[in-house]
Design a protein around this ligand. Structure first.
Ligand code: APR
Length: 230
């Protein structure tokens, strides 16, 4: 049975209206990563960090999946092999498009985490610093986002999937952040065919056997149609 492992990044949500990180006007041009996406930044100024994610949660609630998200949901529903979807994104556009098996390796805006007892619960639209944990009561609530310097989720399961991949696809990711940027090398070691969907070559573009250059909302549905035609 053919196994397709897919990694998505901010570029797949760009055409839905969410900023990417490293474009000129991207999120990291407007905010300092060390202030809003590290545990140290959160310890230094929890209000700044909580407000950064409140703003992204509010914006994510105003956008909709685009044809690229919808095509991946169609692939998962109709492909006669196995489809594994791993995303670096913290929006829930894949789920809104109908994808059922989504691994959020960098966490999710819809999640809250207790820094004291590791309890997880659905995040309110607006979190406040010091919100109490519903399980242990400590005022240690934080966005359930994996910050720089923290271990992404599901890594063992992800590397297990990569070692069995027949096809590895990366969509809308710049290949700047590990471990995700290393997935293509893992998939190649497993003998997988590798395809990169992007507007341009990513930082690890030379490791992909095939490139589909263009906007994901065009290139991804066309590829899914090809795969489903068999
Ligand atoms: N179609 C296809 N690709 C696109 C599109 C589009 N419409 N728009 C942008 N892209 C591509 C860009 O060319 C770029 O390579 O998407 C990529 C976005 O790169 P980044 O902004 O670096 O986002 P990403 O790769 O997801 O970042 C990875 O870095 O800051 C951390 O945790 C954060 O998950 C994020 C991680």
């Amino acid at each position: 049975m053919t196994k397709i492992v897919i990694l998505t990044g901010a570029g797949i949500s760009a055409e839905s209206g969410l900023e990417t990180f490293r474009a000129e006007d991207g999120l990291w041009a407007q905010h300092r990563v060390e202030d809003v996406a590290t545990p140290e930044g959160f310890a230094r100024d929890p209000r700044l960090v909580v407000d950064f994610y409140n703003a992204r949660r509010a914006q994510a609630a105003t956008v909709a999946p685009n044809p690229a998200h919808q095509a991946l949901a169609r692939l998962e529903a109709s492909f006669d092999g196995e489809v594994v979807l791993i995303t670096q994104n913290v929006d829930d556009l894949h789920e809104q498009a109908g994808s059922a098996r989504v691994m959020h390796m960098h966490g999710a805006l819809k999640g809250a985490l207790c820094a004291a007892c590791d309890h997880r619960w659905p995040a309110p639209m607006v979190m406040q610093p010091g919100d109490p944990c519903p399980a242990c009561g400590a005022s240690a609530a934080r966005p359930d986002i994996v910050w720089f310097g923290e271990m992404p989720y599901d890594m063992e399961v992800i590397f297990d999937h990569l070692s069995g991949a027949d096809i590895f696809v990366a969509i809308g990711t710049s290949g700047n952040v590990y471990p995700a940027a290393g997935f293509v090398a893992e998939a190649r070691r497993a003998g997988a065919h590798t395809i990169e969907f992007n507007l341009e070559r990513s930082a690890v573009g030379n490791q992909f056997a095939e490139h589909r250059t263009g906007s994901a909302s065009q290139t991804v549905p066309a590829w899914v149609d090809e795969v489903l035609r068999g």
